[in-house]
Design a protein around this ligand. Structure first.
Ligand code: A3P
Length: 310
């Protein structure tokens, strides 16, 4: 991992019950994040990176804010949500300065330090696993967790590593996968991250969702999320929201742009927006077999099941 992450990032640390891989800067903030004051009307989106966090954030914000599309268009999502662990990452830019693509990831993002100043309901986004979040979170606030097939996460995460300049652009997916399958990348391991939330899926404050479920039945997920928020909308309003949340529409929205993106490459925040794209990158028999073994070895140990795409 060191070879690929080079000197851009200070050494990683392993934290929490599953040895989550975080940038060293996290250590300076861990206790304060763990001890944050959570409020009953807070709305928290928790997800492993590249699992559909942004998609769910936009849905939640609109459902909670009476479908205020104008408001959503005016204020970038990065300003509508506090990204609580942001300073743990912001401290890790390259010595020569912030990477160009990283600039708009949010030098002005609200983080855990100004959470107490935000108006209610506070919208919070985090890639931290539940075990590193305040112990009272789930008993206090509404939590929305989104999981995605780790093979699709791997591909998407690979391109994110290039977008945010963690890795050089010429790093091949096969090299990335070697690290991914051994949990040697930022925020890993992914399975325990998902399982921590999955194990709490029946908690009354937890809404556990799959990216694949949003792909297959976005209106069904809108219903589920609206219900969890205690909101009631007409089918027409819900269809309009589903249209707004469609990949191409969200991609066009300037309020959701991240960084300087090259039109023709896959190094983009809003990259493909589909499920099953992993097949394109696991493109040899050996890689396909490895991907299958990887999934099986993890899924065998749990009752977690990803939705069938067919
Ligand atoms: P891909 O790289 O596979 O396209 P996160 O927000 O957690 O970082 O997740 C980013 C992933 O969600 C990217 O996946 C991105 O394209 C996808 N995504 C974002 N908005 C989406 C939408 N409206 N519909 C489908 N996928 C979306």
């Amino acid at each position: 991992a060191k070879k690929f992450y080079k000197g851009y990032i200070r050494p990683f640390i392993r934290v929490g019950p599953h040895g989550y891989f975080w940038m060293a800067g996290y250590g300076d903030h861990a206790a304060e994040i763990y001890n944050l004051d959570v409020r009953p009307d807070d709305i928290w989106v928790v997800a492993f990176s590249r699992s559909g966090t942004t998609w769910l954030q936009e849905m939640l914000w609109l459902l909670e804010n009476n479908l205020d599309y104008d408001g959503a268009a005016k204020v970038p999502l990065t300003k509508r949500y506090a990204f609580i662990e942001y300073p743990t990452m912001a401290s890790e830019v390259r010595p020569e300065g912030p990477p160009p693509a990283g600039k708009s990831t949010g030098a002005t993002v609200d983080d855990y330090r100004n959470l107490h100043t935000l108006p209610a309901p506070r919208f919070v986004k985090t890639h931290l696993p539940l075990s590193l979040l305040p112990a009272k979170l789930l008993d206090t606030a509404k939590v929305f967790y989104i999981a995605r097939d780790p093979r699709d996460v791997a591909v998407s995460f690979h391109f994110m590593h290039k977008l945010f300049r963690y890795f050089d652009e010429d790093v091949q997916f096969t090299d990335f996968w070697e690290l991914f399958k051994k949990d040697l990348l930022l925020h890993m391991p992914i399975f325990p991250h998902i399982e921590e939330a999955w194990n709490k899926r029946n908690h009354p404050n937890m809404t556990f969702l799959f990216y694949e479920e949003m792909q297959k039945d976005l209106c069904g997920v809108i219903d589920k999320v609206a219900k969890a928020l205690g909101k009631d909308y007409t089918s027409e309003q819900k269809s309009k929201l589903a249209e707004h949340l469609n990949f191409d529409n969200m991609k066009k929205s300037t309020a959701l742009k991240y960084g300087k993106e090259d039109k023709d490459s896959e190094i983009k925040f809003m990259r493909k927006g589909v499920s099953g794209n992993w097949v394109k990158y696991f493109n040899t028999d050996e890689l396909k077999r490895e991907a299958e073994e990887y999934m099986e070895s993890h899924l065998n140990k749990t009752d977690l099941k990803f939705p069938d795409l067919s």
